[in-house]
Design a protein around this ligand. Structure first.
Ligand SMILES: Nc1nc2c(ncn2[C@@H]2O[C@H](COP(=O)(O)OP(=O)(O)OP(=O)(O)O)[C@@H](O)[C@H]2O)c(=O)[nH]1
Length: 320
């Protein structure tokens, strides 16, 4: 469908649904910072308020893992294999329109990929067609505090991305404070120097006493879109796994990974218990594994900088 035709249909339907207001909440933040952890909490809150909420979820890799962490009864659209701040930016606008036209939800929560520049998503949501009937309720940045601790050793590209992920948010969560120890105050102060919001909250697993704190500050329309939106250095590898992995070899493999591999997630089975599936999450050297009661073919997504795709695929092949 061409854009003119699409616009015509949209405009026609906007007239039909005039008066139905839509809130949009954008969740941004680096790979593995805790966006899905916050999303789960937000959805519970929305449900408790009787608000009809849809989720637009973007994953950089070819396969999604995060949607498995959201209750089945929450309507969810996935945008995979790219980033909604650049290659999939137009899709955000189209998906928002479609969700609005078909369902008229009270709220759409957009969980961006961990490599997205949130301001570009904000820009997509502020399209002239959507603007008259939407409010961007919050642009929330979830920050992995341990990454700020290691800021000085990150590459220039990642530093720049982190700065952009912090800069224009209406609220920032400094998450993973359980892993920060004495350095928490320093991390907060470092973030304060970049942030334009004064709403900076320290969290563990994104837990908040009162979720409304996320909506206290309004989203500024005074922002600059980024001139360089590519994620040239960051790549993803997605692989389906034909056979169970050897758990010991997999643990050893994870231990020796360089810090330039930021995120691994997937659904795996292991030789010891081949019929059981596990949700595996790896972020910054920390691994979480839990049994998951679903039946799907196992897969793994690896996201990092300067990765040698072929040798990583070979290494995974050898563990099967
Ligand atoms: N120690 C610790 N781990 C956390 C905290 N918050 C989240 N995690 C863990 O960090 C991992 C990543 O969390 P997610 O919520 O999936 O992060 P995300 O930002 O959605 O990840 P991507 O979508 O891949 O970018 C999971 O294993 C979480 O359980 C926290 O405050 N402390």
């Amino acid at each position: 469908m061409g854009s003119v035709e699409l616009c015509y249909i949209l405009n026609r339907n906007i007239t039909i649904y005039r008066g139905v207001h839509l809130d949009i909440i954008i969740l941004g933040g680096f790979l593995g910072s805790g966006k899905t952890t916050l999303l789960q909490q937000l959805l519970q809150y929305q449900q408790s308020q009787g608000l009809k909420t849809y989720v637009l979820m973007n994953e950089f890799g070819q396969y999604s893992v995060d949607h498995l962490l959201v209750d089945d009864d929450v309507p969810l659209k996935k945008l995979l294999n790219g980033c909604i701040c650049c290659d999939l930016k137009v899709d955000v606008e189209i998906q928002l329109h479609q969700l609005y036209l078909l369902h008229q939800p009270d709220c759409i929560i957009i969980e961006s990929s961990g490599v997205a520049h949130p301001v570009e998503i904000l820009d997509a949501c502020l399209s002239p067609v959507l603007a008259p009937f939407t409010t961007i309720k919050a642009l929330i940045g979830v920050i992995d505090g341990t990454l700020i601790q290691r800021f000085s050793i990150l590459t220039a590209d990642i530093k720049q991305l982190l700065i952009e992920q912090i800069k224009y948010c209406s609220t920032l969560l400094i998450n993973k404070s359980d892993q920060l120890g004495d350095e928490l105050e320093k991390v907060i102060s470092d973030v304060r120097q970049i942030a334009s919001t004064n709403q900076i909250i320290e969290t563990q697993y994104c837990q908040l006493d009162d979720i409304n704190v996320l909506f206290k500050n309004s989203v500024s329309s005074d922002y600059e879109t980024t001139s360089r939106r590519s994620h040239s250095g960051i790549k993803s590898i997605s692989c389906k796994l034909g056979r169970p992995l050897d758990a010991e070899q997999f643990a050893e493999w994870l231990e020796q990974l360089p810090s330039s591999i930021f995120r691994i997630k997937g659904i795996l089975s292991f030789t010891e218990k081949p019929d059981t599936l596990y949700l595996v999450q790896y972020t910054n050297g920390t691994i979480e594994t839990r049994e998951i009661p679903i039946k799907i073919p196992p897969y793994l997504v690896i996201i990092g900088e300067q990765m040698d795709k072929e040798s990583i695929k070979d290494e995974i092949e050898h563990m099967q």
